[in-house]
Design a protein. Sequence first.
Length: 323
Amino acid sequence: MSVAHAVPTGTCRPLDRSAPVFVAGRNGLVGSALWRLLTAEGFSSLLGPTSTELDLRDRPAVFEWFTKHRPHVVILAAARVGGINANNTRPTDFISDNLMIQVNVLDAALRNGVQWLLFLGSSCIYPKYAENPIREEALLTGKLEPTNEAYAVAKIAGITQVRAVRRQHGLPWICAMPTNLYGPGDNFHPVHSHVLPSLIRRFHQARTERSPKVVNWGSGEPRREFLHSDDLARACLLLLEGYDSDSPVNVGTGEDLSIRELSDLVASVVGYEGAVEWDTSQPDGTYRKVLDISRITALGWAPTIKLADGIADTYAWYESAGL
Ligand code: GFB
């Protein structure tokens, strides 16, 4: 994979703060963090239709919306996402919805001459047995994790389309690969969510109902890396303003912990003191997928939110949302 066109560290091409910026997926975990950051940074023409206002799977509607609103910058943070159970049991939805969303937005952006575009993938695009920490060069070098293969293949198609546009049309579109994310506004569904919001919900419920034990999924042995959505949003802006290469860029903390350690941490933040059991009939997924973040740290970004603080922040949001 070529990194020949990488902008040297420190190079910056500030985006026009008055230019129309389309945050696709504005109400999601990532989109809402982007919206907060871009608003604070003085972007005055943010565009963020809800999924009811614009279904990104509806190709004619997407083309019509682009023609009408003419965004100059597009951040493609819209996706069907979910935790291991949702991915494993609904693979059709994950491949079909994500392919449709991506191809419609990318095609409409190309048709309308969008110069600046950032596509967000996921660390699950890398092979199940990639060497850790995982470098960007590991893409397409091995078999994927079966529980999320459909989602990963859709995301890989998105990366490939962005790289195709770069090659065929010379546009400086880029891709970022975030690790497992969490933060305010996450999905706390008891079955379909990712592990961190699932644990917050489970421990909160157990504490308020005075349950003597909770049951988590899998063995607790897999290791995961967690990045707060506000840290990702800063990375997205930095990349849009200072990175230009056909290679995706990993965005994570570079540090991981076991799900068992995460469970202890969430229990202590929530104040749950009962027992924890593990249901090993549930899948573990990939054993380990911590990202090598040397490429983005060389550009001047670093994560700022410690996991314990981020969990406390997310728990405060969960309580205030009354979910
Ligand atoms: O967060 P999670 O669903 O995502 O699960 P993945 C991480 C680990 O936590 C797995 C365990 O080993 C789960 O078995 N776990 C324990 C739980 N208790 C729970 C629980 O209550 N809920 C959940 N969800 N997990 C997803 C992919 O994989 O990561 C997506 O399926 C995407 O495609 C996303 O890439 C970032 O890291 O295993």
